[in-house]
Design a protein around this ligand. Structure first.
Ligand SMILES: [Zn+2]
Length: 248
């Protein structure tokens, strides 16, 4: 177990509540919530290496089409990168729809599954791959940002590899939801063993703006098709407006 800092302000958080052996803290400056203490990197690695169930699973079959409608509405082209592609459900739907799509995932097991299905996938992270600048019209992070070690770096890289006006599409649990406020450390979407960051619409929107995007679409309605049946989750579509200045 390790104690961690806010990825934005680089300072320890104020404890909010605990969940088993994990703690949930909040940055006193920017309000970003995060898991601290959390599993160390070796433990996380073990989790991703052995994972048998999928994050996207059956649900992604249901959400893929309306989410692709959103991407298609905002994107100027059909080159798509699905970050954290899991076993390729969304990737398959995107290719079926006519996107020139590829997936990337930290799990070798997931990449092997995708390749077996004939889906183009590579192992690694968005930062490790060093794609060409402006190479994609859309980058998707479906239920992924809460897992990445440094969301600002990942989004800065997404900005770099997106074409001007490219689309950034994301979804994640909503830390500001009724369920979280009611159940605290027992909230079913907290997953403190895997979720390093806990976003609200506000903290995520702020991060996107800092990384060079403008918000275009937002829903947390479980009746909207792109978020259908997902209580306590949100879907956000943002557009690249300028180069990210986060690391400069
Ligand atoms: Zn902060």
């Amino acid at each position: 177990m390790i104690n961690t800092f806010c990825f934005r302000c680089r300072i320890p958080g104020t404890p909010l509540f605990s969940s088993g052996r994990y703690g949930i803290a909040q940055c006193p400056i920017c309000g970003q919530a995060f898991t601290s203490p959390r599993a160390d990197d070796a433990e996380l690695q073990k989790f991703y290496g052995n994972r048998r169930e999928t994050f996207q699973s059956l649900g992604s079959m249901l959400w893929a089409s309306p989410r692709l409608d959103l991407v298609q509405h905002w994107a100027g082209g059909n080159r798509l990168l699905d970050v954290g592609c899991d076993r390729g459900d969304f990737l398959a739907a995107a290719i079926w729809r006519g996107f020139r799509a590829i997936g990337i995932d930290v799990s070798e097991r997931n990449v092997t599954e995708c390749l077996k299905k004939g889906l183009p996938a590579i192992s690694g992270t968005i930062e490790s791959q060093r794609f060409l600048p402006g190479n994609f019209d859309a980058v998707t992070f479906w239920d992924v940002l809460e897992h990445v070690p440094d969301p600002a770096t990942a989004l800065t890289e997404a900005n770099r590899i997106l074409a001007p006006e490219g689309v950034l599409a994301t979804s994640c649990p909503d830390f500001d939801s009724w369920g979280r406020k009611t159940f605290g450390g027992n909230w079913s979407h907290l997953h403190p063993n895997q979720h390093l960051w806990h976003f609200t619409g506000e903290t995520l929107g702020k991060l996107f703006v800092e990384c060079g995007f403008r918000p275009a679409y937002f829903t947390k309605d479980p009746l909207s098709l792109s978020n259908f049946g997902r209580v306590d989750h949100m879907v956000l579509i943002s557009i690249k407006t300028k180069e990210a200045s986060w690391l400069n």
